[in-house]
Design a protein around this ligand. Structure first.
Ligand SMILES: Cc1cc2nc3c(=O)[nH]c(=O)nc-3n(C[C@H](O)[C@H](O)[C@H](O)COP(=O)(O)OP(=O)(O)OC[C@H]3O[C@@H](n4cnc5c(N)ncnc54)[C@H](O)[C@@H]3O)c2cc1C
Ligand SMILES: *[C@@H]1O[C@H](CO)[C@@H](O)[C@H](O)[C@H]1NC(C)=O
Ligand SMILES: *[C@@H]1O[C@H](CO)[C@@H](O)[C@H](O)[C@H]1NC(C)=O
Ligand SMILES: *[C@@H]1O[C@H](CO)[C@@H](O)[C@H](O)[C@H]1NC(C)=O
Ligand SMILES: *[C@@H]1O[C@H](CO)[C@@H](O)[C@H](O)[C@H]1NC(C)=O
Ligand SMILES: *[C@@H]1O[C@H](CO)[C@@H](O)[C@H](O)[C@H]1NC(C)=O
Ligand SMILES: *[C@@H]1O[C@H](CO)[C@@H](O)[C@H](O)[C@H]1NC(C)=O
Ligand SMILES: *[C@@H]1O[C@H](CO)[C@@H](O)[C@H](O)[C@H]1NC(C)=O
Ligand SMILES: *[C@@H]1O[C@H](CO)[C@@H](O)[C@H](O)[C@H]1NC(C)=O
Length: 533
């Protein structure tokens, strides 16, 4: 250990560490934890709130993607470690275990409830921030298409850009989410739905290996972790099983040109009829077309007409698909003028930013974004009269938000329910995401009351027993763990867990019981350990 000022204080802490090696949340063990980190990780990667020289708040807020949680109203970390190597993650886990400090992993910081950097209940924790661990390496073997190792701190935009850049004919791609700043670490952990899922599945359907640091601080690849744990981390939600440092993915081939349709329809233009038919057509179309829908309501205080926005991605040219769209969804009146042909990489920029400037995919900054989201799955089409009520009543209310509908079917629907933790497969027509948002200074209760009451109303039209939800659209309203004797209980987890994972929940809890029986990796919605008696 190099000499530095304060060594005497440090030594005193080291001494006291031997006295308090059993887990507790006392201040003494916090100090020991940080001391332990300093002995194993370069000190410039460790940020604590106390010191004015330490940029703790800047680093903490750097990837708070839901501006609601910029307010310091819930429990914050005692320290942030901005790891740049897997060995730093291992050291953080070992120091945390010894000193009773839990860790929360943060990759891109998009967690809807902010659980990668805040705790709702009083708990001593530190953040392992992976944002700077973000190398992407294309594996050069005879495999076609090739594979790549992607570190968890990479964004999906960086992944898209890097992968496409490696193919001379613009045909290499990867299926993942639309928002380009999503962190690979959290996004893959929850499944990863996106505009190519009907053709190529979820992100996790294309993960072939991973490197994970477990609750003992061991770095394990697929062979070392075994197939049960490898199954669990491909969609069982972030945080529960360890910290995934890197993922090996199978890339996919796309045609040199793809087509994006952008079409907006109002009520007067027949939006209700289009939507009513869309819900049967979109999940049964050829799997190389994804027909996403976004319904824009009337934001608080704005006089805005309800508009239905259709964003289709077709992996091919306009001429190849237009006749099929016209014959299957005649109410839409799609024409060639609605087509935008471009490379697949350009389409990932276009669907986010409205233009094809692909440099934006590398931009990690995001604007202020205050929101509360909820999600549902639909397995039986909703009647026209209900769509009429949704558009003319619910989305016309002052303060209403957006709903986003993403069709399933195709590849994503054909994977057996138990093949990965993502249980929303066969029979799902589409998922719904309800987005309530507001601006700084607005009364958030108007938007939140809207989303809560609309979600209640929708209960009769969506899946029931359980009412399914998507773990990556995290919603603490559907249930939170209870901790008894320092372990999250199975029964409390089952309440929300069966909504996210259906019949896969119990298997996830069994894996957790084997790999982390003392519940070291946890948050308010982590998989509880099911211990075999
Ligand atoms: C604007 C926006 C758009 C979105 N669009 C989509 C979309 O198109 N498709 C979709 O599927 N989802 C989408 N999501 C949801 C997104 O997939 C999840 O929020 C996802 O968990 C984000 O991952 P992250 O690394 O950015 O988040 P983080 O907040 O860093 O992490 C999320 C969770 O995973 C845990 N975690 C993070 N990194 C690791 C790791 N390396 N190892 C273990 N656990 C980890 C965290 O502790 C936390 O519990 C969107 C979210 C937002 C805010
Ligand atoms: C603090 O951290 C943030 C996020 O990493 C960075 O943008 C900012 O420049 C840092 N400030 C200082 C003073 O180092
Ligand atoms: C958050 O609030 C707590 C308690 O009020 C305070 O001790 C802490 O310093 C605050 N943290 C930040 C980052 O502002
Ligand atoms: C890849 O990126 C480099 C550097 O940004 C650029 O010069 C090159 O044209 C790109 N190649 C392709 C095939 O897009
Ligand atoms: C693009 O190049 C790859 C690798 O050389 C090849 O396998 C693929 O068929 C090509 N695609 C097209 C459409 O030319
Ligand atoms: C769609 O086309 C039909 C038949 O051509 C026409 O009657 C209808 O008005 C059109 N709707 C829109 C929204 O353009
Ligand atoms: C919408 O609600 C807000 C807050 O309740 C109110 O200030 C505003 O006047 C309302 N706007 C309209 C158009 O009704
Ligand atoms: C493309 O986007 C980048 C990053 O946002 C920006 O710096 C650049 O000016 C843009 N280029 C053009 C031609 O608009
Ligand atoms: C809700 O979802 C929308 C669309 O994906 C997104 O823009 C917004 O940031 C989300 N809200 C939260 C709190 O993540």
């Amino acid at each position: 250990m190099a000499f530095r000022p304060g060594l005497a204080v440090a030594l005193a802490l080291v001494t006291s560490c031997y006295l308090s090696a059993t887990p507790s949340s006392s201040a003494a063990s916090d100090g020991c934890f940080i001391q332990c980190l300093r002995e194993n990780i370069p000190s410039e990667l460790i940020f604590t709130p106390g010191s004015s020289k330490s940029n703790f708040t800047g680093v903490l807020e750097s990837t708070i993607r839901n501006s609601r949680f910029l307010a310091n109203t819930t429990v914050r970390p005692i320290c942030i470690v901005t790891v740049t190597d897997a060995s730093h993650v291992q050291a953080a886990v070992r120091c945390g275990r010894t000193n009773g400090v839990h860790l929360r992993a943060r990759s891109g910081g998009h967690d809807y409830e902010g659980l990668s950097y805040r705790s709702v209940r009083p708990e001593t924790f530190a953040v392992v921030d992976l944002a700077n661990l973000r190398t992407i390496t294309i594996v050069t073997t005879a495999d076609e298409p090739p594979t790549a190792w992607v570190d968890s701190g990479a964004t999906v935009g960086e992944l898209y850009y890097t992968v496409a850049n490696k193919s001379s004919n613009n045909t290499l791609a990867f299926p993942a989410g639309v928002c380009t700043t999503l962190g690979v670490g959290g996004h893959f952990s929850g499944g990863g739905i996106g505009s190519m899922m009907r053709k190529h599945g979820l992100s996790v359907d294309n993960v072939v290996d991973a490197k994970l640091v477990d609750a003992n601080g061991e770095l394990l690849d697929r062979a070392a972790m075994g197939e049960d744990l490898f199954w669990a981390i491909r969609g069982g939600g972030g945080e529960s099983f360890g910290i995934i440092v890197s993922w090996k993915v199978r890339l996919v081939r796309v045609p040199p040109k793809v087509t994006v349709f952008h079409i907006t329809r109002t009520l007067e233009q027949g939006a209700v009829d289009v939507l009513t038919n869309w819900q049967h057509v979109a999940p049964t179309m050829p799997d190389d077309i994804n027909m996403e829908v976004l319904v824009q309501g009337a934001p608080q205080g704005q006089q805005q007409q309800v508009a239905v926005f259709f964003q289709f991605l077709y992996l091919g040219t306009c001429d190849d698909i237009l006749p099929t769209i016209v014959s299957c969804l005649p109410e839409l009146n799609a024409t060639k003028a609605d087509c935008n042909e471009m490379t697949w990489l350009e389409s990932t920029a276009f669907m986010n930013f409205g233009d094809t400037n692909t440099t934006q995919l590398l931009d990690r900054s995001t604007g202020p974004n205050f929101f509360k989201n909820k999600s549902d799955y639909v397995r039986r089409g909703i009647a026209r009269s209900v769509w009429l009520e949704i558009l003319t009543k619910w989305l016309a209310m002052n303060g209403s938000g957006i709903i986003i509908l993403e069709p399933h079917g195709g590849f994503v629907g054909s994977v057996p329910t138990g093949a990965t933790p993502y249980s929303h497969r066969s029979g799902v027509l589409y998922n719904i995401q309800y987005v309530a948002s507001w601006s700084a200074g607005d009364d958030s209760s108007v938007a939140i009351d809207w989303v809560d009451s609309f979600y209640d109303f929708m209960g009769q039209y969506v899946t029931k027993s359980p009412r399914e939800a998507y773990v990556n659209f995290r919603d603490l309203d559907i249930g939170q763990n209870t901790v008894v004797n320092d372990v999250s209980t199975f029964d409390s987890g089952k309440v929300w867990g069966e909504k996210y994972f259906g019949s896969n929940f119990e298997r996830l809890a069994t894996v957790k019981g084997k790999v982390d029986p003392t519940d070291y990796f946890r948050n308010e919605q982590s998989i509880p350990p099911l211990l075999q008696s």
